[in-house]
Design a protein around this ligand. Structure first.
Ligand code: GRF
Length: 230
């Protein structure tokens, strides 16, 4: 079955985006900057965090965006605490007519409550070339495994962690003297390029999902192979 997940007709109003972030928020910043520069036609209508003092919320505030702290403690102790938390998130997302949700360093696993409400309308960015190295501390794992290439992936979010259909990837060579931090910094530069690009592709209605595969309508043919070491 073929699904079109965003509108094919050219839209006049900007895509309504929410960003969920727990920490530093540099990917949030990249999307904000791209919107302000006019390279992404979207509007961030909500920035939501599970951490009260997250720099992501400060960034939202600096740019005049609506920021929300949703407190996990109010749901702790309930038998379905994670679902209950996501129901509160969902009500914020619905109140703001959100069309696309971006997870950007959001350090909570989303439940089916959110996944089912935003099928192929929720993206995540992950600092590895998925399906290699899902989870945490992945730059270190790529180095320790002896990989010659690392990178980052934007994918749609499904129930399995870091498992959804892949939208865009960028590869980065692993250098002999790389530390996890130096590699993470080079990957992050690419994250800041591909996440806004994925949002713009969605806004333009150019992402088509067939099973696990995401096709980009009118995408450019792939370039040359990336070989590392060159
Ligand atoms: C990024 O490396 C992202 O790939 C991962 O978490 C990190 C978040 O960084 N999911 P930031 O908060 O966007 O700066």
């Amino acid at each position: 079955m073929v699904h079109w997940w965003s509108m094919l007709i050219k839209r006049t109003d900007p895509l309504r985006v929410a960003v969920l972030a727990s920490g530093r928020g540099s990917n949030l910043q990249a999307v904000i900057d791209a919107i302000e520069a006019g390279t992404v036609q979207a509007k961030i209508v909500a920035v939501i965090s599970n951490k009260k003092n997250s720099p992501a919320l400060e960034r939202a505030c600096r740019h005049g965006l609506a920021g929300f702290f949703v407190d996990p403690k109010l749901h702790a102790g309930k038998p379905d605490s994670r679902e209950s938390y996501d129901r509160e998130l969902l009500s914020v997302l619905r109140e703001h007519d959100v069309e696309l949700v971006l997870l950007a360093g959001y350090m909570k696993i989303v439940t089916t409550v959110l996944v089912d409400a935003f099928v192929n309308r929720m993206m995540n960015i992950h600092p590895s070339l998925l399906p290699s190295f899902p989870g945490l501390d992945v730059q270190r794992k790529a180095i320790d495994w002896g990989c010659k290439l690392a990178g980052c992936t934007v994918h749609f979010v499904t129930e399995g962690v870091d498992e959804g259909p892949i939208i865009l990837q960028a590869a980065v060579p692993i250098l002999d003297d790389d530390s996890a931090d130096s590699l993470a910094a080079r990957i992050l530069v690419q994250e800041h390029k591909i996440y806004p690009r994925a949002v713009q592709l969605f806004a333009e209605g150019r992402l088509r999902v067939e099973g696990r595969r995401v096709f980009i309508e009118q995408g450019k043919p792939a370039g040359e192979a990336v070989i590392s070491p060159s």
